[in-house]
Every structure is written in C-alpha cells, then in structure tokens.
Write a protein of this length. Structure first.
Lengths: 131, 488, 455
C-alpha cells in the first residue's frame, strides 16, 4: 500500500504539492508513482525563472524502464529546483515527499489549488488504477 | 566461462601488424603542422592473432540463430541461409563504387529491379522504393509521403496520426519526426482496434493511421476494411507497418486491405541477417496516389530496356533522399537471393508454416498450463502468453522466466511488449524451426514453471550458466561508463 | 521445402494438437475476400545451384574499372581477418542485444567500438552507430537543436562544402521540424569556408556544421570556425572522415579558446573503416559527443556495469531516450542500426592499430598528390583550390567532365565524380581520389588514358 500523506494535494498525473505558506508550493511525484517507475536514474528539472502554465510538461523523471513527464500542477514561476537529484536521483525512491522534491513554484492564483485532489481522493484513484 | 579482457587490455605499446601496412606510408607535405594530429589515437596495438582470438572468443558469448532457438516475438528470427551471404559477397557486387556509371552497373540494377517487381507482386502495391535502410526509416518515408500527399493538395489542416496503443514505439516516434501529433487508439478485449474509439478520433485533423496487421498482439485485425473505410472517409490515409508480414506473405496482400503505403522489414520476412542490431532494409510500397512522392533513387528502365536510376528529375514531387547513396544495397541483394530460392510457392509456405508453428506452440503451452492473453483467438505467426498469475503468486515475473530460459539454452521471447498486456511473453517461433525444437521449448517452460512453484529464488537468480549473471541496469544508467579509459 | 524442416508426420501431428484438419484452417479468422490469388508475377523457386549461376552472371555484368572516385565512399584494403570473423554466425545471426546476458559478445565489442570512435575523434563518448554518414548528420542537427537550450532559433549554418547528398538527406529528414538550414558559400580560391566571411553579428544560431575534410577534399580552418561558433553561442557539429583522423587534428581538439574547446557533436561515414563499397551500402554512420549532452544523443549506447556477483558486464543503457520506451518523445525513431558493420569496423581498427591506420592515411594523401600531379601534366587540366587537402582534389578539365568520364570508362577507368550538377560555377570540374589501393602503375594508367581522351 503506498504512502499518501494527508496534508498534501495531488494531481491525477501523480504529482504531489505542498503549500508552503509563503506564496510558494513544492512539487514532487507521489510514492505510488515512484514505485511504478522503479529505480530512478536521471531527473531533468526546469530552470529557476521559467514560467509554467498549469498542466505544462516541465520535468522528466527517468528510470531504467521508463521515462515519465512531470506536469506543473499550478501556474507560476519556478523559484527553485532540487539540485540534490542531479547526483542522487534515487532520493525520489527513498524519500518521495521530503528530500525527493522536484521544484518549487511561486503560485500565481491560489484558486487553482481547489482543482487539485486531496489525499482521500488520490488514494481512491490509486486503488482504482490497481484494478 | 572466463572473462575476456577488453581488446585495450591486450594492447602492448609497439606491437604492430606488419602484414597490413608495412610498405605503406608517405609524407604529409602540404598539410601544415597546425592541422596535423599531435597524439595518435589510442587504438589497440595487438597482433593479428590477438585480434582474431579476442573477437572469436567474444562471439562465443552471444546467442544467435545459428546457435540457439530465438522465439523473439515481432522480430522474426528465422534461419539466414548461407547462400544469401556468399552470393551477395561476390567480388562483382562488393567492389562496385556507388557512383559507378549506370552502364557499368547493369548487374546490380537488374537484381534490384527484379526485387522491386517481386515485392510489388507480393504486397499488391503499385510501386516500390528500396532505399529506406531499416523499418523505422521505411516508416519515416511512409509518413513523410502521407504528409507530402496532403500538402500537395493544399490540405494543410491535418495534424494528427492515429496509432493503436499496442503499436511498436517506432510508430509514434516516426509520426513526431514528420511533425505530427500522435493520438492513441485503444484496443478492445479481443485484440482488435476499438472501432467506436476510432470513429470518435477521426476527423478533418486526421492525416492517417499506422497499423500492423496481424497486429502486435499476434492476431489478425478482422475489421480492417471497416477501419480503412472510416479513415479514408475522413480524408486520412492508411499506413501498413510490415513488421508482421511473415504471417500473411502471399496469403493477404496489404494493397488488397486498402493500405496506401507499407514498409517491409527485409531483415525479418526476407531473412537478411539481424547482425546484432542491423543493418536492416525497409523498402516502401505505395498505392497509385502516393507514387509521385516515393523516396529516391528508384530503379527504372529506359526505352532500350537498360536499367537506370530514377531521381528527382523523374519524380519531381519525391520526399527526397534517405541515404547518401541507394540504401543498404547488400542487404537488398540478400533478400533478392532468398526470394529467388523461395519462389512463389515458397513465399506462401512461409506464412503456412510460421502460422502452424505458432499455433502448435500456443496449443502445447496452453496444455502445459500457461495462460494466453487472447485465448479465444487464433495465433498468427506469434502469440502472447501472460504470466500475470505467476507474478501475483508465487511472484515470478516475465523477466524471471526470460532469464531462466537462457539457462535452458533458449533465447528469451520478447518481454513486456506490447505494453498493454501485463507480464507478457510475445513468442514467435518462425517457420524454420522443427517440431522437435518447439517441443523442447515447451518442456523448458514447464520445467521453469515447476521451479517457480517450488523454489522461487532459483528463478530470481537466473541466469547461472552464461558469461555473466543478471546485470545491474540501474548502476549502468546512474554511473555512466560508456568507454574504456586508460588507467591514469 | 526450402528452409522448412517439417516432415509430413510432423505436420500431421501438429495439426492434430491444434485441433484442425489443415493448415488452411488456421487462417479462418481472415475474411475470405482478403485472400490473395496466386503470385503469378513471382518466378517459381530455384535451388541454390540455379540461383548461384544467375548471381554469378549478374555480378559479371557489373564492370570493375580502376577506381579513382571517392565522394564519401572509398576503396580501402580490408584485411582478410575482418570479414572472416564478422560473418561468424554468432555475430551475423544475433539479434539486437536487449537480453544482455545472452549478448555479451556483441555488447563488449560495441563498448570497444564506442571507445575507438571516441579515441579517433578525441571526443568523450560515442554511440553504437546510425544508418550512414548522411543520416548521421541529419540526426546530429536534430540533436543540436535539443542540446542547445539557449538557442531558440532552430537555425543551422550549413557550408556548401558539405557533401551535397548529405544536404539532400538532411532536408528530407529535418524538413518537418521547423529547422532552417542556412547555406554558407565557400571561398572560391581556397574551396573552404573562410572564417573572415562569417557575419560579425549572426544573431541566434543553433549550430555550425564543419566538414573535415570537406566534400572537395580540402581541409577547413576548423579551429577558427569552432571558436567563431562558440563565441556566438552555437554548437559545433563536425562531420569527419575517419581515415583522416589518423593524421589531422581531431574535432575534440578544435579551437584555441580554452573554455568550451572542441566540437560538441561529431558524426560521419564509417565506410572507410573496413566496409566494402558494395554499390553504396550497407555502410554505417557514427556519432560522438561531449558527455554532458549524451542524453540528447540518438541511437543505441552501451554502458559497462557489474552483475550480481560484481563481475564486469555490458548492457544497453540510457534506453529511456529511445523509441521503444519514450515513443512519441524519443530522441529519434531509429531502432535497427548497422550492427554488423560496426563489428567489422571494430575488427578493422583493431587489426590496423594506430600505426596501420596512420600509414593508410599517409599513403592516401601521397597517392592523391601524385595523381593530381600526373593528371595536371595534360594540357588544359588544372587543380582548383589552393588550401591543403587530404585524399581528394578538384580538377578542372577543358571539356565537360561527364563526357571525359564516359570515354575513360571505355578504357576501364572510373575517373572521378562529375561536379557539374552540384557546383556548376566550377566549370568542368572533376573530384578525384587515389587511396592506398592505387599503385603507381594505376596512376600512370589513368594519366595516360586522360592524355589520350583529351589529346
């Protein structure tokens, strides 16, 4: 059973998002997603300063058997990317929700957060996909 | 088997092969120092015997058709007749410069002309261009022709290529290279295209659809005429991926299935060698409306009957050239020799016995307790076995089966393709294998199944009898080591 | 039945297992209206003896003139060991090495190949081959567009000294990607791209292509061109002849500016490395690059790793770039490459070694100089371009080259390549080449024949 922290928001494409309270949000991929992809070998991240639209492809996580696009869950400017992942992409496997974060976005419109899934809804989605 | 060092590790400074170049040399007058290389490249310095022994030993670490049964689905690993190599290697063919005059090239041109004609006949297409150098390049040529056709009619709003979700990865990759968006069409539970989804997907944006028939699921797409009608009525064209042509050679002509363009993989159906990953050849056949757009050069004849190359002067609307010369000529020649030996009866027999072997193997494996992905369907030249139950309990995956088969002396079937079938093995025996070989394969599969029920760890650790045990793909991708470096 | 082993008993037993009466029954899912008629247009099958007779006759219809043509395909001596080993069934009839444990021979060989190509070009890494030199250049252009993230223009500077057919192929392949190929004209005295002729403020350029030697056989000022490109934010794509690499500055060392030294991507035609002329193929394309952009490189790449017991082994790596995983977002649609040709090339480079390859390169250079000198003794024949060259040269004849070549052909000489269609501004121009396989007597024979034809 995968780990789905209740304080986070989620997308149907398996990103998680943490509202930091300073106008930024942190984005990563869910524990379920990392388990499906397997051992991470490479991560391509957006450069800080890049403007993203919600739903835009902005990063790639790559394992031996798959490469998967990561989509921006909300609109805004990238303010940080997790450089740790360049040398240690496996951090996503070991700690998807903390050290394995991908990038941080300065949120443009808080209303977009309402469109995201809560933990319960995401858990339901994961269960459905398993069947 | 012992570890064979890298050739660089055999190298000793100053060791040279006198036989090769002792009397060659000359000064570099006219080339200023500033343009000259300062340090020679660190190529190996070994004797001819060192080289021969090293590469012979490496060869012995390979599985190959010549040494092992290779039931690799969608790859058509049939016997490569020796005559094809020997005759294609006659000095009169090997020594020919590609820019030789046509009058000095009538021998090779005649062979290529004959091959074009035979491929036209067996596919039911109007014309054939032999120039694409592999299946993927044939696909590129085909989709580029579809695009050129729409463009020539001023029909510029077509932006999408439809591709079944079970398709080879080259299909969507090719559509992208031709500037199209890819829209996937789902497969129904019987392995056919989901017609309703297709009808919902087609429209004025549809440039065409790329189909394999028999499909990558190893079954014949029964409603092909309906699919063709739907796509054609929407103004799109039909592309036939010839990867599975072996199944229907001489039985069904793609042209009769209303395809507008097809590519053939000569290294599959026409038995040219796979060579450890090529070279292949991917000729394209076209219907009349795509003929003006064919890639060049194409072999033609002048009024006197002499053969000549057709180029942009003959085909001004061509999509252009795909290689510096005329494609993988030597591979085309091998396919031609094979086709001559088969003749018209031999071609049909390929489909007969490839289909018999696949259906027999499927029946035997089913009797041995294995699950088929599409149990109610006939196999074509290949079929899919799914290990989803074994994966759940006792927890043995398709990959484990594949690796353990190597210990039993069989190359693994294709694993994890098509992507839409869980834990699958795609099995294609080809027509050149005997009943006895197929029976031995069934016994191996049954033995592995017994091991799985008894001792799962044995499978997880396989293979044991090969030059290396299971290799660490993850380390290879994380810590890239793509070349040998001399110790500092 | 050719290549089908079934006895009648086997077939009967197999049909019984399948639960059908005849093979025909196995095709019952195919709609009857789709079934083909007999293949009347295809001849009846022949046995090996009959086919052998036909093919020997056909091979004899190909004339075998003395070859002085190059233009991307070169007649070199191929040591006998090369194809003796390459055509061993274990290489010849193996599949792509996806099952690594069953393919260590091919994989280790390709790892050695990658090392040799990287050494030859002085680049950091290489892939395991592309189709040919022309498609390799097209793929290099597509790769440059992906790798040069600072450039948004998708604009490539393409010298006219690049092989005209390579430029044709590039047009075919990159046409649908919104890429602009801007032609750079050559200096009419030198036959090269004069760095001084390049714009001082070129704007956003994605990459500059540098052929070395170029199509005319002339050596480009690669250092200055590389520095110019890097100064303007463009990547450098080298397209090089591998034999020449034994004696001239390799692309990994181009440029004098310390930062960002060397070409970024290097590609070329591998045919000179042990591949027969064979009417144009199969040959192979090669590609090398700086390691930092390796994830943008198309084609298969082999990496070293270890097995469960820590023993060295080799696998296909970075597969997530490729079409079978990445599908519509792959770096290229390439799947099958030219595996067997790289096998031959690896053995060729091994048997020749650094010394052998250098001797070949020097002999080619010397022979071409001798050829040009001898041909120039005939009245009206002049050498074009005063820049240094490697093993090809452009001559200007007093009559159309096509006519002269036809008359030489009657004397069993393939006298070079007519440049009239691609470079009409050069007049009656002919591209000639003499590799190490041409003897003094051969050169003499050509000179005498040319004197007769023009006399």
């Amino acid at each position: 059973m995968s780990n789905i922290p209740s304080e986070l928001k989620y997308t149907k494409s398996h990103e998680w998002l943490r509202v930091e309270g300073d106008g930024t949000v942190t984005v990563g991929i869910s524990d379920h997603a990392q388990a499906l992809l397997g051992d991470m070998v490479f991560v391509e991240l957006p450069e800080p300063g890049t403007s993203l639209d919600a739903g835009e492809e902005c990063a790639v996580v790559e394992s031996v058997k798959a490469a998967s696009d990561v989509y921006a869950p909300v609109t805004g400017e990238v303010v940080a990317a997790n450089e740790l992942l360049e040398d240690a992409p496996e951090t996503i496997n070991t700690d998807a929700y903390n050290d394995g974060w991908l990038f941080r976005i300065k949120l443009e419109d808080e209303a977009e957060l309402k469109d995201l899934l809560d933990a319960e809804a995401y858990a339901e989605l994961v269960t459905e996909e398993d069947h | 088997m012992s570890n064979e060092p890298l050739i660089f590790e055999h190298s000793r400074p100053g060791r040279v092969n006198r036989a090769q170049s002792a009397h060659l040399g000359g000064n570099l007058d006219g080339i200023p120092e500033s343009l000259r290389r300062k340090q020679p490249p660190r190529l190996p310095e070994v004797s001819e015997l060192d080289a021969v022994r090293h590469y012979t030993r490496l060869s012995q670490k390979n599985f190959s058709i010549d040494t092992h049964f290779y039931p690799l689905g969608s790859c058509t690993m049939k016997y490569n007749p020796r005559a094809c190599n020997t005759l294609a290697s006659l000095p009169g063919f090997l020594g020919q410069h590609p820019l030789s005059a046509e009058r000095d090239s009538q021998g090779i041109l005649a062979c290529l002309w004959d091959l074009q004609e035979m491929l036209k006949e067996v596919t039911g297409m109007t014309a054939v261009s032999l120039t694409p150098m592999a299946g993927a390049q044939g696909e590129f040529a085909g989709v580029a022709m579809i695009r050129a056709y729409h463009d020539a009619r001023g029909d510029n709003a077509r932006t999408e290529i439809l591709v079944p979700d079970a398709a080879h990865g080259t299909n969507p990759a090719t559509a992208t290279m031709c500037g199209y968006k890819v829209r996937e069409i789902p497969t129904d539970t019987h392995g056919d295209i989901d017609i309703e989804a297709l009808m919902a997907a087609v429209g004025p944006q549809t440039a065409g659809i790329m189909l394999t028939n028999p499909s990558t699921l190893g079954v014949f797409e029964r409603r092909i005429h309906e699919i063709a009608r739907i796509v054609h009525e929407a103004g799109g064209l039909l592309y036939y991926d010839g990867a599975n042509l072996n199944a229907i050679l001489g039985k069904v002509k793609p042209g009769d299935m209303d395809f507008d363009v097809i590519h053939m993989n000569l290294h599959k159906t026409f038995s040219t060698p796979h060579g450890g990953g090529g070279p292949g050849a991917g000729p394209v056949g076209v219907s009349e409306r795509l003929q003006p757009f064919m890639p060049i050069p194409v072999v033609g004849r002048d009024d006197s009957g002499a053969f000549r190359w057709l180029d942009e002067r003959d085909l001004p609307q061509t999509i252009g050239r795909l290689s510096a010369h005329m494609g993988n000529t030597g591979i085309l020649l091998r396919a031609y020799i094979y086709a001559l030996m088969l003749g018209r009866e031999g071609m049909v027999r390929i489909a007969d016995y490839a289909t018999l072997n696949a259906n027999y193997l499927m029946a035997r494996l089913r009797d041995a307790g294995f699950d088929m992905a599409l149990p109610e369907r006939r196999a074509t030249h290949e079929f899919i076995l799914t290990l989803k139950h074994q994966a759940r309990e006792p927890g043995v995956t398709a990959m484990d089966f594949a690796k353990r088969l190597l210990d039993y002396g069989f190359h693994a079937p294709t694993t994890y393709f098509p992507l839409i079938i869980p834990e699958c093995l795609l099995i294609e025996p080809t027509e050149t294998e005997s009943k006895q070989t197929l029976d031995a394969f069934v016994e191996a599969m049954a033995a592995i199944q017994a091991e799985a029920e008894k001792d799962i760890e044995t499978l997880k650790g396989a293979p044991y009898s090969l030059p290396v045990r299971r290799l660490d793909d993850v380390k290879a991708a994380r810590k890239l080591d793509l070349r040998w470096q001399a110790e500092a | 039945m050719p290549f089908i082993p079934h006895t009648e008993d086997d077939t009967r037993a197999m049909l019984a297992t399948c639960g059908v009466d005849s093979i025909e029954d196995l095709f019952d899912e195919i709609p009857p209206e789709l079934r083909a008629d007999a293949l009347d247009g295809i001849p009846a099958g022949r046995d090996e003896l009959a086919v052998s007779r036909l093919l020997h006759a056909r091979a004899a219809e190909n004339a075998q003139p003395l070859c002085f043509s190059g233009a991307g395909a070169y007649e070199h001596h191929i040591p006998a060991a090369v194809w003796e080993i390459t055509t061993r069934g274990e290489y010849y009839s193996a599949y792509t090495p996806y099952q690594a444990e069953a393919s260590q021979g091919t994989l280790q060989l390709l790892y050695e190949f990658q090392t040799m190509m990287a050494e030859l070009t002085a680049m950091e890494v290489a892939n395991a081959s592309l189709y040919d030199g022309a498609t390799a250049l097209a793929e290099a252009v597509l790769m440059a567009v992906r790798a040069n993230r600072k450039s948004k223009a998708r604009r490539i500077f393409m010298p006219r000294t690049v092989h005209p057919r390579y430029r044709d192929v590039m047009q075919t392949i990159v046409r649908h990607q919104g890429i602009t190929l801007e032609l750079l004209d050559y200096n009419s005295a030198g036959g090269h791209i004069d760095p001084a002729s390049l714009p001082a403020e070129p704007g956003d350029i994605t990459a500059l292509v540098i052929p070395q030697p170029n199509f005319f056989g002339v050596l480009e000022d690669a250092d200055a061109l590389t520095d110019w490109a890097h100064t303007h934010g463009a990547l450098v794509i080298g397209v090089v002849n591998p034999t020449a690499m034994a004696v001239i500055t390799p692309p990994g060392e181009w440029g004098v500016l310390d930062e960002n030294r060397g070409a970024d991507i290097v590609c070329g035609e591998g045919q000179p490395l042990g591949i027969p002329l064979a009417s144009g193929g199969p040959y192979f394309g090669f590609m090398c690059c700086k390691q930092k952009i390796v994830r943008q490189m198309p084609g298969r790449i082999i990496g070293a790793t270890v097995d469960l017991e820590g023993k060295r082994g080799y696998v296909l790596t970075l597969q997530a770039r490729e079409q079978h995983i990445r599908r519509s977002k792959a770096t290229s649609n390439i799947c099958t490459n030219q595996g067997l040709m790289t096998t031959a090339a690896t053995i060729y480079m091994t048997v020749m070694g650094p010394t052998g390859l250098e001797r070949v390169a020097r002999q080619c250079h010397a022979n071409t100089r001798a050829l040009v000198q001898r041909l120039g003794e005939t009245d009206g024949v002049e050498t074009l371009f005063d820049r240094p060259g490697f093993h090809e040269r452009v001559l200007r004849l007093p009559r159309p080259a096509g006519e002269v070549l036809a008359e030489l052909a009657e004397r069993s000489i393939l006298g070079g390549v007519d440049l009239a269609a691609d470079y009409p501004e050069l007049g009656h121009a002919l591209l000639v080449c003499a590799t190490e396989t041409r003897s003094e007597a051969d050169i003499d024979a050509y000179a005498k024949a040319l004197a007769e034809v023009l006399g």
